[in-house]
Design a protein around this ligand. Structure first.
Ligand SMILES: NC(=O)c1ccc[n+]([C@@H]2O[C@H](COP(=O)([O-])OP(=O)(O)OC[C@H]3O[C@@H](n4cnc5c(N)ncnc54)[C@H](OP(=O)(O)O)[C@@H]3O)[C@@H](O)[C@H]2O)c1
Length: 349
């Protein structure tokens, strides 16, 4: 707020460009799992992007997926797809431990990449992907869809405007119950399971984005009977006295909200905070709250990341300012430290 002013500023509107106005690129998709389905559905319904090819480790699976999603070409290996000259950009929709291999395949074949979150299973892998892209002059981004949503552009403008005053505190969590008998990959140690990379990446990304580099990281974890970490709580402290209290779990559905508090006001993101949804601003000490409201359309919001990628590639940009690779690597560094503090190792580390 301007010094001396008594008016509480209204929440700004999102500046997100019209998804239908983004230049149309030809996409190739690596992997045929849960997120690939949702990404393709959302992008098809809201943009002019085209899906030229899909690849799976199994030819029959690729064929079935291509028919179901009306995709022109189906490949029985990831190598064949990245060699397809009609593909402009590759969307890596494989499980965490395959991100580095798939991103490297695509980049070495000269393709731009959008890699599902997290960029790699640790900061070293994330940095390697960033280096491979930069060495070749190719676009690369982590598909952390939250940062591309109109809701988060409102948050971005509130943070940039200084409306919150000096921000010292971030509270965020993400928890979801996973049935131990359900066979989900999140329960598999060989696929870097546990809540941190799938769910915890959202609160950690928010905290590192808002508060900057964490100087100290403390954490405490609880084991899951499946042999992975089951839940973890973490406290991050920054040099300037910022603090984040974060939690993620597989043992239950937690509120999955986020709060950013400053000397002049508090921003609250009702759960799930990483989906499309509202933003609430409450001035410190009372006053009129301000709200940004939008439909809670969940994964229907996945298309915003695709259109940002298309615009960046057409403009010759190698990264997007909405989720710079340095931020993806910084998030991974904190997650490495959280794991280190409570003894969580991933395959090959
Ligand atoms: N943005 C979001 O909201 C969101 C939501 C969920 C997941 N994700 C991210 O997306 C990625 C995929 O998650 P998902 O839930 O879609 O997983 P999923 O349903 O298990 O699909 C993962 C795909 O990875 C491929 N794959 C490659 N190597 C594999 C291996 N060794 N074992 C198993 N699968 C392997 C498989 O495709 P083929 O068999 O066809 O080769 C599989 O279908 C994860 O990194 C996750 O963090 C993002």
């Amino acid at each position: 707020m301007t010094p001396g002013s008594t008016a509480v500023p209204a929440l700004p509107s999102p500046r997100t460009p019209d998804p239908l106005a983004a230049p149309a690129l030809n996409w190739g998709v690596l992997g045929t799992g849960w997120i690939a389905e949702r990404f393709i559905g959302s992008v098809r319904r809201h943009t002019r992007q085209r899906f030229a090819a899909v690849a799976s480790r199994g030819a029959a699976r690729a064929e079935e997926f291509a028919v179901r999603h009306d995709i022109t070409r189906a490949y029985g290996s990831y190598e064949e797809l990245v060699a397809d000259g009609s593909v402009d950009v590759v969307y890596v929709a494989t499980e965490h431990t395959a991100h580095l291999t798939c991103a490297r395949l695509a980049l070495e074949a000269g393709k731009h990449v959008l890699v599902e979150k997290p960029l790699g299973i640790n900061a070293a892998q994330a940095a390697e992907i960033a280096r491979l892209a930069s060495d070749r002059g190719l676009f690369c981004a982590e598909a952390l869809w939250t940062f591309f949503l109109p809701r988060f552009d409102v948050v971005r403008q509130v943070l940039d405007s200084g409306m919150l005053g000096e921000v010292r505190s971030v509270l965020a969590d993400m928890g979801e119950y996973f049935d131990p008998a359900g066979g989900h990959r999140i329960l598999r140690a060989d696929l870097a399971g546990g809540p941190l990379l799938d769910l915890g990446t959202y609160p950690v990304s928010l905290a590192t984005w808002v508060l900057g580099r964490a100087e100290t990281v403390q954490s405490s974890g609880v084991q899951h009977p499946a042999g992975v970490n089951g839940q973890v709580g973490a406290v991050l402290n920054t040099e300037r006295g910022g603090q984040a209290v974060l939690h993620t779990t597989l043992f239950g559905d937690t509120p999955t909200t986020a709060t950013v508090a400053g000397t002049e006001g508090t921003l609250h993101l009702p759960g799930p905070f990483y989906h499309p949804g509202d933003v609430l601003f409450t001035p410190t000490g009372g006053g009129t709250p301000r709200t940004y409201t939008e439909p809670r359309t969940a994964h229907e919001g996945l298309h915003f990341e695709a259109t940002e990628v298309a615009r960046c590639i057409k403009n010759g940009q190698l990264e997007t300012p909405l989720r710079p690779l340095a931020d993806s690597i910084a998030t991974m560094r904190v997650m490495d430290e959280i794991r280190h503090r409570c003894g969580i190792d991933f395959p090959g580390e």
